[in-house]
Design a protein around this ligand. Structure first.
Ligand SMILES: [Zn+2]
Length: 285
């Protein structure tokens, strides 16, 4: 009996010690997990889901950003009157180029066989959204900054593979300049603002996951491009563009869907568009 007891007691003691040690390990593990989780949520906003609808569209106003050789938007107030019976009547007219303000670039813009605005299948406007944000780098190095393959590879490393039927938004942090034409387009005769390299555009094509690319500048190409290689590469693969988006700084890297509704302009090379980010919980596409 005593032997058994002696055998049992050290064993019990050992178990208690193991139990305490295991408990401690659990506590340490829980603590580390919690810290990691907090870091993920607080520091890496890029992986958060959005919980509300976000409008990525600039209001069409009397002086929207447009390409220098495009017709400026003109808004004419035609009638605003109180009728004799006390009722109200108002109507206006506007005239606009296709590529001013927040708008869609149809593939036909730079590819003769490409879809015109009204040819693009409507399913391509209810899509997954991802965001690549290089605004910090642009802030540090200026308006000649380019999005490169390295940025795209880094995004994949941090956030995983791209979903199918994705529109990639690229945030250069340029929306803050939208109301100041010279700051947004660049002073001088040639536009000058950030863009992506042709190699990055080819990377997007080769991913076979991208059906559209949206930017918070006036062009998919860098502002001072004269060859528009990025437009040509994307358009020749039926990838449409979205330009002059208003992309807020808290839009996450993924975890949102997009609704893109361009005016159904017959034969259009581009058209004003409403672009909206919606929570995944509201979107079943
Ligand atoms: Zn355009």
């Amino acid at each position: 009996m005593s032997n058994i007891k002696l055998d049992f007691e050290p064993q019990t003691f050992q178990n208690v010690r193991d139990f305490k040690s295991d408990n401690m390990k659990c506590l340490v593990f829980a603590y580390v997990s919690l810290v990691f989780l907090i870091k993920l949520v607080v520091c890496d906003g890029g992986t958060n889901q959005i919980d509300k609808i976000i409008d990525l569209t600039w209001a069409v106003d009397v002086n929207p950003i447009s390409w220098p050789n495009n017709k400026k938007f003109m808004y004419t107030r035609q009638v605003e009157k109180q009728n004799e019976d006390g009722s109200w009547y108002a109507t206006n007219e506007y005239c606009s180029g296709e590529h001013g303000g927040t708008h869609l670039d149809a593939p036909y813009h730079f590819y003769q066989q490409g879809w015109k605005v009204d040819d693009i299948p409507i399913e391509r406007f209810f899509v997954q959204g991802v965001l690549v944000d290089i605004s910090q780098e642009v802030n540090d190095t200026g308006r000649s900054t380019q999005l490169t393959i390295d940025h795209l590879d880094k995004w994949i490393k941090e956030h995983g593979s791209l979903p199918n039927n994705t529109v990639m938004l690229i945030r250069y942090g340029w929306s803050q300049y939208y109301s100041d034409y010279d700051a947004y387009m660049g002073e001088g005769a040639t536009p000058n603002f950030p863009g992506m390299t042709p190699e990055a555009a080819r990377w997007l094509v080769d991913s076979k996951r991208i059906i559209g690319v949206g930017v918070d500048t006036a062009s998919l190409d860098q502002g001072n491009s004269t060859t528009f290689d990025v437009h040509k590469i994307l358009c020749s693969h039926q990838i449409y563009g979205l330009e002059n988006l208003n992309i807020p700084e808290d839009l996450p890297a993924k975890g949102f869907s997009l609704v893109i509704l361009p005016m159904k302009l017959k034969h259009g090379t581009g058209a004003a568009a409403r672009v909206i980010a919606v929570p995944k919980s509201m979107a079943n596409w």
